[in-house]
Ligand binder design. Sequence first.
Ligand SMILES: *Cc1c(COP(=O)(O)O)cnc(C)c1O
Length: 345
Amino acid sequence: MPVDESRIISLQEGGTPFIKCNKLGDQLGVKLYIKVEGSNPTGSFKDRGMSVGITKAMELGVNTVGCASTGNTSASLAAYAARAGLRCIVILPSGKVALGKLAQAMFHGAEVISVEGNFDEALEVITSLALDGKLYLLNSVNPFRLEGQKSIGFEIVDDLGWRSPDRIILPVGNAGNISAIWKGVREFYEADFINDLPRMTGIQAEGAAPITNAVRRGAYDIIPVENPETVATAIRIGAPVSALKALRAIYDSDGLSETVTDDEILYSQKLLARSEGIGVEPASAASIAGLRKLVENGEIDKGEEIVCVVTGHLLKDPNTAINACKEPINVEANVEALSRVLKGL
Ligand SMILES: *Cc1c(COP(=O)(O)O)cnc(C)c1O
């Protein structure tokens, strides 16, 4: 990492679980591993990049940092800024941030402003403040964040015993992460640590799919989606800033991009939780939904070795989780009442 090692700001991010998922894998006819990024300190992969980004901010001697966020970037920035003792300003699209993430940003002491507009508009205003020198911007346009996030690529290679999987599948929003992971595995390839490279496979929500649309056209530029919509708020982005890097990752790796519907996302979120015990937020489940769709339509071969990166924790979006379930049955506190409802026990 490009930092002064004596002054690292860290919460011991990274080193996340790498789980072999035989049940789900067998069902789909692939060898499936899941990289559980929800196990990072603030519950998403954003912590990897924020450690490097905030360490750099300290080296540069800034006193105010900021970001626009669909939620997890702000939760992570707020925590790392608190640890570093920096003023933290967060701009959120109003009404479109999952409750757990909003709670984290506020609780860690960020100044949280919600703007009437979507993420893309929020990013535009905070970028203007940054260009005026008012704050140090820690969105994923910041190259140091991507340097931190490339450690997911390093770890997947390490987790597999120093080789590359056939394919890495992940949700794509602002498109920083797919670019960063590709950078990580490519660095290991260029250093001769591994002999093969994975196919980078980016999944977007149907209502926010500028990258997939570009791949379908075979283009290197995107047509922004004006009003992106999806239940997966973390990838509700119409004009991804790292689009070009992401498209290069997909084309250069002979990869793919596919869309999934909100229903497919929510189904896969529950499937993963109930078949493997891994609880993720909706955006993360897009990787599983995408895997299922690509197996179904024959784009992914039987027996492929797949790593799905699940990017954030289930409890980031408690409302969506609760709404997907029935309410608990309410009974009197005695055995007879319990036995009546717990049939067959
Ligand atoms: C940020 C985020 C994404 C999207 O990552 P990008 O780098 O913006 O493509 C996906 N899932 C979760 C949970 C996130 O927080």
